[in-house]
Design a protein around this ligand. Structure first.
Ligand code: HDE
Length: 709
């Protein structure tokens, strides 16, 4: 039986609110036709402007109020529409329709974001990425508001304002923008050891993704699945990108931020526009309730992940993003995610971070969107009809009928009426709780070093080197030695070798002893020694899912390949390579000395995608230079082409040349490294494609360091 096309349900709902000006006359907000929107009403051609001018007043007033407060965190974001499909029912674990009905295509809206930067900050900041999914299910809206890292910095919501205040620009000078490399952040991190796990992930390549389409997503908290018998299982949610998990290097990130600050936003938009829809598999780690205490860590502690070796990820479905928003503000800016939006079949746990989030998000939407009616904004409307007794407020757009707005009532016929659990009503999981009211941290949350150590051990050598470089860069930007010393002392407890490398780069010694007890995330009457994290335990040597070296390397779809060419290039070589790449769904972009078009050796015109002056090597995944004597000569004249190739070499990318294209290569750093496994001279085109699929040739990393561009 064909899948229900319910993914169009949300789009159809949105279309009712869309306004298309095509072929229409300009009007005021009241519908009056306008004949001049260029000049204000004046007392004479040079006279003063009249207050009477309602056209001017309406236009300017509306403009003055265009902005709403940006999100306090995750301000910079990009969104897309899509749908979720379930492979097999998991009714034994959850009664949620989205997890039991394989015939559905559930509409989704996804927003990816960075955390620290403002709305206009560059995409390639070293940062966690938000990965928020709104599922418009038939039983109501479910929001899975996650990140691209499986753990969080802190264990208790009470610490969130401190964490964010430390990473945001410093309050006296509002510097630095979208960067964690500054004193206040490291002051906080080094006094709050629970942050070290998420922090080491931020030091890794995960914090500088190649594309939003090439990163994982995680629900982070342990949630509950509830089946129709009312039985519960713990669950961790995972999104696995079909294109694999890939990143750029820090050197590239810095340059991309200048060359194209919208790199990720553009990449997501272009992929969807070209029909190459981003896809993620949804996975679950499901844990029976009886196993709650069978791990070395606490399942309620959001700074811990459950290694896939201990609980495998069960893939249950797939999400596809197939539609760009019509309007950034109306959809991506106004979308309001709430971790508290759940549906029957899913429930919370007592994770103290999650519990705090359940309060914060509604509160923040009230100040951001300005009214409790934010659910009525089209992007936030559920696809199921809603009936309740909540009334009035700013911007009420519905017209609730009837005499009653309370329950119980007789005057309204008892409506809207209650539903039984069997009829689909939400019912909170009946967890037994028998405890003292107490303001403290559970001692079971006290191990702060084992998992950062596991993460570092699990990385490939090239990833470990990137981590050491990142710590060195970030701490190198801190001005206070006592902060750097505290950090070195802590890094040493994660990995001694890592600490030695970072200390060497900082030109500092690792301190033997720290005066101040380090873990300060406790109350004034608590004894710091009681909460001091113990030494790292080794309960698992390595977890392969933590390394990007073990991701998928089977596709070159959407990879951007720069073809460096000028007048007289070899059309045969150009076209053969283009066909091979496009068959495997890569994107070819012609970079030439000038814009417009260039002629091949056969005299045919080819469109130029970018003049060399308008683009940079870091915006591409690989480089190809076709032959043609005149073309090679013209490329050699423009020195930026040499810089382009040298940078591609430095960033360990695949490079291929044919015929006279080699002349350009011979003027670059690559000329002495022709045995490099991602360098191809008159080679089989498919081999070039295979090297692109490998993402980078990290074996080149040592050599690449010597490239002085
Ligand atoms: Fe958020 N977070 N957060 N967060 N968060 C917000 O809500 C907050 C946390 C995450 O694309 C805010 O609508 C608190 C964890 C994403 O619109 C705010 C705590 C995770 C987004 C807020 C956390 C996240 C937000 C700001 C600690 C991963 C962007 C604007 C208790 C599981 C959603 C908004 C979007 C946004 C508060 C911790 C992810 C202020 C108090 C853990 C992806 O409400």
């Amino acid at each position: 039986m064909a899948k229900k096309e319910s993914n169009t349900q949300k789009i159809e709902q949105l279309q009712k609110n869309m306004v298309d000006p095509e072929g229409k006359a300009l009007t005021t907000r009241q519908g009056v036709k306008v004949n001049d929107t260029n000049n204000s009403l004046k007392a004479g051609p040079r006279g003063s402007t009249l207050l009477e001018d309602f056209l001017l007043r309406e236009k300017i007033t509306s403009f003055d109020h265009e902005r709403i407060p940006e999100r306090i965190v995750h301000a910079r974001g990009s969104g897309a529409h899509g749908y979720f499909e379930l492979h097999d029912s998991i009714a034994e674990f959850s009664k949620a329709g989205i997890f039991t009905d394989t015939k559905r295509k559930t509409p989704v809206f996804v927003r990816f974001s960075t955390v620290a930067g403002s709305k206009g900050s560059p995409d390639l900041a070293r940062d966690v990425r938000g990965f928020a999914v709104k599922f418009y299910t038939e039983e109501g809206t479910w929001d899975l508001v996650g990140n691209n890292m499986p753990i969080f910095f802190i264990q208790d919501a009470m610490k969130f304002p401190d964490l964010i205040h430390s990473v945001k620009p410093e309050p006296n000078k509002e510097i630095p923008q979208a960067a964690s490399a500054h004193d206040t952040f490291y002051d906080f991190i080094s006094l709050t050891t629970e942050t070290l796990h998420n922090h080491i992930w931020v030091m890794s390549d995960r914090a500088i993704p190649r594309s939003l389409r090439m990163m994982e997503g995680f629900g982070i908290h342990t949630y509950r699945l509830i089946n129709d018998k009312g039985e519960a299982h713990f669950v961790k949610f995972h999104w696995k990108p079909v294109l694999g998990v890939h990143s750029v290097t820090w050197d590239e990130a810095v340059r991309i931020n200048g060359a194209d600050p919208d790199f990720h936003r553009r990449d997501l938009w272009d992929a969807i526009e070209s029909g190459q829809y981003p896809e993620w598999e949804l996975g679950m780690q499901i844990i029976p309730e009886k196993d709650e205490h069978s791990f070395e860590f606490d399942l309620l502690d959001p700074t811990k992940l459950v290694p896939e070796e201990m609980v495998p990820v069960k893939i249950i479905g797939k999400m596809t993003l197939n539609r760009n928003p019509e309007n950034f503000f109306a959809e991506t800016e106004q979308v309001a995610f709430l971790p508290g939006n759940i549906v029957p079949g899913i429930d919370f746990t007592n994770d103290p971070l999650l519990q705090g989030r359940l309060f914060s998000y509604r509160d923040t939407q009230l100040s951001r969107l300005g009214s409790p009616n934010f659910h009525q904004i089209p992007i936030n409307q559920p696809v199921t009809p809603t009936f309740h007794n909540q009334r009035d407020g700013h911007m009420q757009t519905q017209i609730p009928k009837g005499q009653t707005a309370y329950f119980p009532n007789t005057l309204g016929g008892g409506c809207p009426h209650l539903s039984k659990i069997a009829e689909g009503a939400f019912h909170s999981y009946e967890e037994r709780i028998d405890a003292k009211k107490i303001r403290t941290r559970s001692k079971s949350f006290s191990d702060h070093f084992s998992q950062p150590a596991l993460f570092y051990r699990s990385l490939a050598p090239w990833e470990q080197e990137h981590v050491a470089d990142a710590y060195s860069f970030e701490l190198g930007k801190c001005m206070h030695d006592h902060i750097k010393e505290r950090m070195l002392w802590l890094i040493q407890q994660i990995n001694k070798d890592l600490a030695r490398k970072v200390a060497g780069n900082l030109g500092m010694e690792i301190p033997g002893k720290i005066e101040q007890p380090v873990n300060q995330a406790i109350g004034a009457d608590s004894n710091p020694e009681d909460f001091q994290p113990g030494p790292a335990k080794n309960y698992l040597d390595k977890s392969s899912a933590l390394s990007q070296a073990n991701t998928r390397f089977d596709s070159i779809a959407t990879r951007q390949i720069a073809f460096l060419a000028a007048e007289g290039f070899s059309e045969e070589q150009f076209s053969e390579m283009k066909n091979t790449l496009e068959k495997r769904k890569a994107v070819v972009q012609v970079v030439a000395p000038h814009g417009g078009s260039i002629k091949s050796d056969k005299g045919n015109k080819f469109a130029v995608d970018a003049a060399i002056a308008t683009t940079e090597s870091v915006l591409f995944d690989a480089v190809y230079i076709p032959g043609g004597a005149a073309s090679a000569k013209a490329l050699l004249k423009e020195k930026k082409f040499l810089k382009f190739v040298n940078e591609a070499f430095k960033h360990c990318k695949a490079i291929a040349v044919s015929g006279e294209g080699k002349q350009l290569l011979d003027e670059t750093f690559a000329k002495d490294h022709k045995k490099d496994k991602a360098l191809f001279i008159d080679a089989d085109n498919d081999k070039f494609c295979d090297a692109i699929a490998q993402h980078r040739n990290w074996d080149r990393m040592e050599v690449a360091k010597a490239v002085a561009v």
